[in-house]
Design a binder for this molecule. Structure first.
Ligand SMILES: Nc1ncnc2c1ncn2[C@@H]1O[C@H](COP(=O)(O)OP(=O)(O)OP(=O)(O)O)[C@@H](O)[C@H]1O
Length: 234
């Protein structure tokens, strides 16, 4: 579904990601692990079109999208939940959800009821300002908003950051369910190896902007890989 080949991405003349190659198959849950500041977010920004590729190619569902703008990539089915969640704090839960359906082409701003089957807590909070939700609820709202646009591939930037472990486990279960029921593919950026292991089968490790290891999550959880490239033990 997503194929990244030999990609360079950076800010202006500063190259951050170098010769990155990775794939995400249809319905696959893939993790990208790495310590702080190694280029994980930069790579996601390159995939969604916020930053231009200076080398390499991105193919999505058989189409070369390397030069496509961010709007067209979203319309093609790439959803993105940035680090820190970034919901509209002063808008209600309902207004936040409606903003997500714009990308799906539904300009009337309706939202699919099925998102409430995944996140029932949001249905009870529809008229509450998003900024008054707990961190875990805001993460669920950010996920639900993007899912309202019916993406085929979801890019998630450190969804477990700053969220209590029981909610992290709940989010992991919800993501598994969405994958089973909707065939959604996921590229999960994480530092939390335990969370990444709980939902992905395969993944990559990035260090200083380059992929330094790839394999099953069990391979990546080996002591030697963790010691050399990651922060968290399993
Ligand atoms: N807007 C920017 N302009 C210039 N450099 C940036 C910008 N954003 C990030 N960087 C630099 O790019 C490098 C990689 O940052 P990035 O946010 O991609 O790392 P990360 O792996 O996602 O880190 P974290 O886990 O801490 O979020 C860092 O050296 C960072 O300082």
């Amino acid at each position: 579904m997503l194929e990244i080949e030999d990609l360079d991405v950076g800010y202006g003349t500063t190259k951050i990601c170098r010769s990155v190659s990775l794939t995400v198959g249809e319905g696959e849950l893939i993790c990208l692990l790495g310590r702080n500041g190694v280029g994980k977010t930069t790579l996601l920004r390159g995939i969604i079109g916020m930053l231009p590729a200076t080398k390499g190619r991105i193919t999505f569902n058989g189409s070369d999208i390397t030069a496509a703008d961010d709007y067209d990539r979203a319309r093609a089915g790439i959803g993105y939940v940035p680090q820190g969640r970034l919901v509209f704090q002063k808008m209600t839960v309902l207004e936040n959800l409606r903003s997500g359906t714009m990308i799906g082409g539904d300009r009337l701003g309706s939202y699919p009821d099925e998102v409430f089957s995944y996140f029932p807590v949001l249905k009870q909070r529809l008229n509450q300002a998003a900024g008054t939700l707990s961190g875990g609820e805001q993460q669920m709202l950010a996920l639900a908003r993007v899912l309202s646009g019916r993406p085929k591939l979801l890019l998630l930037d450190e969804p477990s950051e700053g969220i209590q472990p029981s909610i992290v486990a709940e989010i992991a279960e919800i993501l598994q369910r969405i994958r089973r029921e909707r065939g959604l593919a996921l590229l999960l950026v994480e530092q939390n190896l335990k969370f990444a292991r709980s939902i992905s089968e395969r993944g990559y490790v990035i260090e200083k902007g380059s992929i330094v290891a790839a394999g099953t999550v069990e391979d990546l959880a080996e002591d030697s890989v963790v010691r050399e490239h990651l922060t968290f033990a399993s």
